[in-house]
Ligand binder design. Structure first.
Ligand code: IPM
Ligand code: MN
Length: 353
């Protein structure tokens, strides 16, 4: 929630590390955040809660009441990763229907993407994904030899996320692409409903696009898109494509917000069991989530500082394993801890200078 500027500014944050690399990237970001808080003059109180497998082991369920109560009393949630359990329930409980997933390839990482660098220059995308409805939450079941999940959207649910996407588009480059599949799923008329809301945003150019075609166009000409609005499932799939555009899924962060601005912040990657426990996970995805959180709090200087430092470290060649190409001699392979230490040093240097 946006806070009134008070001195000293104080925030309470619930960390939900979860599973796999979740705890590693969350702890990494908390260390960076604490160093930043000291320099930027805000206070951060962090509590740890349980979700996913660790919660099941301790409380018998993936999202215990203790965790929900803790979150209710906080200004935000910093989330790690889970394989599944608890996350959808958390999104639903807090009605986090707005999911923002920005994708802006760093100029220092253009060769990390399989897409040609000249197509990536200047790419600046914002996926707005509906997060609290759709096929993730429709009627579902399994019986003997068949199962089903239902894609269900009320017009109201589509309209409210449409207004969010439209207002972001208005404040950016006035272009909104709607991901839909109305040739096969005509009863969920995204295009018509979004166009209805767009009457109040005359400056925004609306471009409905079949989601399969959109997936291809995003690879071929990513620069020509601005805000992309998608339902829950399509938004999930398309935003991973954003990982390929940025160079690694490990770089992307997301904010999941409800109508009052309360939110959960996280990387868009999952638990990455193949690298969990090795200390090599990329914390920059979660840090991107942290930057979205700080921006929501109005801590714009802190965001600017983090993004400048990240830019500098990438330009100096520091890379976690997911981004490291041994053949490029200018690159320096770093562990999660080493990258955190570099951030902390840079943050503290800004204090001195
Ligand atoms: C994401 C994840 C989740 C989703 C999974 C873990 C249920 O892939 O946040 O993108 O599909 O929403
Ligand atoms: Mn996903």
């Amino acid at each position: 929630m946006k806070k009134e500027q008070q001195t000293p500014r104080k925030y309470t944050l619930v960390a939900l590390p979860g599973e796999g690399i979740g705890p590693e990237v969350v702890e990494a970001c908390l260390r960076i955040l604490q160093a930043l808080a000291e320099v930027e003059g805000f206070q951060l109180q962090v509590k740890h809660g349980w979700i996913g497998e660790p919660a099941k082991a301790r409380f018998g369920i993936a999202l215990p009441l203790e965790t929900l109560l803790m979150c209710e009393e906080s200004d935000a949630i910093l989330f790690g990763a889970v394989t599944q359990g608890g996350l959808l329930e958390l999104r639903r409980y807090f009605e986090l229907f707005i999911n923002l997933r920005p994708v802006r390839p760093s100029p220092h990482l253009l060769t990390s993407s399989p897409i040609k660098p000249d197509r990536l220059q200047g790419v600046d995308l914002l996926f707005v994904r509906e997060l609290a409805s759709g096929i993730y939450f429709g009627t579902s079941g399994r019986d003997c030899d068949h199962g089903f999940h239902t894609m269900h959207y009320t017009d109201r649910e589509i309209r409210r996320i449409a207004r969010v996407a439209l207002s972001y588009a208005r404040d950016r480059r006035q272009h909104l692409t709607i991901a839909h599949k109305e040739n096969a799923l005509p009863h969920i008329p995204w295009t018509r409903l979004v166009q209805g809301e767009a009457q109040n945003f005359p400056e925004v150019r609306i471009e409905p696009m079949l989601v399969d075609n959109l997936a291809m166009q995003l690879v071929m000409r990513p620069r020509e898109f601005d805000v992309i609005l998608a339902g829950n499932l399509f938004g999930d799939i398309l935003s991973d494509l954003g990982g390929a555009i940025a160079g690694s899924i490990g770089l992307l962060g997301s904010a999941s917000l409800n109508r009052s601005g309360f939110g959960m912040y996280e990387a868009i990657h999952g638990t990455a069991p193949d690298i969990a426990g090795k200390g090599i996970a990329n914390p920059l995805g979660t840090l991107a989530g942290v930057m979205l959180m700080l921006a929501e709090w109005g801590e714009t200087e802190a965001v600017q500082s983090l993004s400048t430092i990240q830019d500098r470290l990438l330009s100096q060649g520091y890379r976690t394993a997911d981004l490291y190409h041994g053949e490029e001699s200018s690159q320096i392979l770093v562990t999660t801890d080493e990258l955190v230490a570099l951030f902390v040093r840079e943050i503290q240097n800004t204090k001195v200078s």
